[in-house]
Design a protein around this ligand. Structure first.
Ligand SMILES: C[S@@+](CC[C@H](N)C(=O)[O-])C[C@H]1O[C@@H](n2cnc3c(N)ncnc32)[C@H](O)[C@@H]1O
Length: 274
């Protein structure tokens, strides 16, 4: 167990339960979704543009370790962390099945308690696909970064911002939750029978949370023009349009407003302490 239930927050207990249930079919869902596969490819390419051979990576909210296994397979050493009992169990199984012992280690840890790791400094910090949308104050996570990241190291976080063009446009299809991301107090998410709060982070709140010792070096929209992953059937239903949107997306995702208004945004910071 991560910690006694009386010390975990109410939110974390619910998040743990929801993702533990989801861990059972997470990889299967991921494999079937072509949009998600394209998004994951984009995130990996983004990270690989900064990674150096043999870099030691700390992954936060690693889920079932899909990216951790990928980066370990590329020769990096990865320490994968997550809050959820179920997700950590899946990572453990993969490490054993794939014999990744020397490249991939894992630990159950909430990202607001990274001071408990005691593993020295990493070359790279990485958080993918909205794990950090489960916390209201990003500072509670980023406050640990200066003591666990090497000087000139990088941190990439992938989070859901407040504005998603696809979600806003869904108002014309009668989506009553099209403006949910604008609620500063977050919105209630329902996952696997649990209700918890999702908080959306703007680029400016992210920059503020990192603080002056971190320099923003790259920001890209993820699914700015291509549909979000819950539109999983879109690539099969409209293959021509999907290909066209993908091409266009690639051209614009590094530029305003598409690097801020998207389903997720990928932000990378370099640690350059003053
Ligand atoms: C949408 S999944 C993303 C998983 C993985 N990064 C991926 O790309 O597949 C979100 C993950 O965030 C984790 N998470 C949520 N709150 C967390 C916290 N406080 N500390 C660590 N992990 C957390 C969940 O357990 C879940 O595995």
């Amino acid at each position: 167990m991560l910690k006694e239930e009386n010390t975990a927050t109410h939110q974390q207990i619910k998040v743990n339960r929801a993702f533990t249930r989801q861990s059972v079919h997470y990889d299967e869902d991921d494999k079937k979704n072509l949009i998600l596969a394209d998004m994951r490819r984009q995130v990996r390419e983004h990270v690989e543009s900064f990674l150096k051979p043999d870099d030691r990576i700390l992954e936060l909210n690693a889920g079932t370790g899909l990216d951790a296994v990928y980066f370990a397979g590329k020769g990096h050493r990865v320490h994968a962390t997550d809050l959820s009992d179920g997700m950590i169990e899946v990572i453990k199984r993969k490490v054993n099945d794939l014999q990744l012992y020397s490249r991939l280690t894992y630990q159950q840890c909430s990202y607001d308690q990274l001071d408990e790791l005691n593993l020295g400094r990493f070359d790279y910090l990485f958080s993918n696909f909205g794990g950090l949308n489960c916390i209201r104050d990003l500072d509670m996570v980023t406050c640990h970064f200066p003591s666990i990241l090497k000087k000139n190291g990088y941190a990439t976080i992938v989070v859901m911002p407040r504005v998603s063009l696809w979600e806003l446009l869904s108002v014309f299809k009668g989506n009553t939750r099209a403006f949910r991301r604008f609620n500063k107090n977050g919105t209630i998410s329902h996952l696997e029978g649990e209700y918890f709060i999702t908080y959306y982070h703007t680029l400016s709140t992210i920059i503020k949370a990192f603080g002056p010792d971190f320099q923003l070096v790259k920001v890209e929209g993820l699914s700015a023009l291509i549909p979000p992953p819950h539109k999983a059937a879109f690539p099969q239903q409209r293959p021509g349009l999907y290909r066209f949107l993908k091409k266009l997306d690639k051209k614009v995702r590094g530029h305003f407003p598409f690097n801020r208004w998207a389903d997720h945004i990928i932000t990378t910071f370099q640690f350059v302490p003053q």
